[in-house]
Design a protein around this ligand. Structure first.
Ligand SMILES: [Zn+2]
Length: 231
């Protein structure tokens, strides 16, 4: 069990990620899935290397960064309403929309179908990491339900549907999507702190949820540093 206070551990992790991003941002171009994953490979407490999502899926922090938003989310419900340019403006639904997007990965029942899709996505991601070569969109889209013939989509998968309404991945919406999820992650880490003495298992469960919320948020943070995403 982690000996650090969960909130402190969470803040240390956020600071570590911030440093890593600042070191890397000078030479970042538009981020591919494997680049999102590489950015998320930061020093992680041994116990938190593999996170357990609320639905029981086991996954690494950096893998969530790579999959969030691009492969998991609700195509007809972007997190940030583009009408609100400033996080201080009232966009009261954004926290619920972030939760809804996160839940498509983290609370969808862990069926064989979900695990099979995740295994294929992560294997493709690993292939990109090992070769440094981007896998074509049709391969990714077919994993999420798309049907492609000779390079033409007959039916769009979830990946392409998400790409059609990708407001959340571009500034200033990307920053606001990150801040929305980051707030939820901090709240969850504080909740975990309340269990530190009483119930270690519940503390661990909540802490894993906090880190997975932060990882989902960090997809949009890393998008904020992709030069091709800055408008
Ligand atoms: Zn993105």
């Amino acid at each position: 069990m982690c000996s650090l206070d969960p909130s402190r551990l969470f803040l240390l992790k956020a600071a570590s990620l911030d440093d890593k991003i600042h070191q890397d941002c000078i030479h970042i171009s538009p981020l591919e899935g494997f680049e999102h994953a590489e950015t998320g490979k930061i020093k992680m407490n041994e116990e938190l290397k593999i996170l357990t999502l609320p639905n029981g899926v086991k996954i690494k922090f950096e893998e969530i960064i790579a999959l969030a938003g691009d492969y998991y989310g609700l195509p007809n419900q972007p997190i940030i309403d583009p009408a609100f340019k400033d996080i201080d403006q009232e966009d009261s639904g954004r926290h619920q929309r972030f939760r809804d997007a996160y839940n498509t990965l983290a609370r969808t029942p862990k069926t064989d179908e979900l695990q099979n899709e995740l295994d294929k996505l992560l294997a493709t991601l690993q292939k990109e990491i090992e070769t440094g070569v981007t896998v074509d969109a049709s391969t990714w889209d077919e994993i999420t339900g798309g049907v492609w013939v000779a390079g033409v989509p007959l039916k769009l998968g979830r990946m392409m549907q998400l790409a059609e309404t990708n407001y959340d991945h571009f500034l200033p919406n990307a920053k606001n999507a990150y801040l929305t999820g980051h707030q939820l992650a901090i709240d969850k880490a504080r909740e975990a702190g309340n269990y530190s003495e009483d119930d270690k298992d519940e503390q661990k469960r909540l802490l894993h949820e906090a880190f997975s919320l932060e990882a989902f948020s960090c997809h949009f943070l890393t998008d904020s540093f992709a030069s091709g995403h800055i408008r």
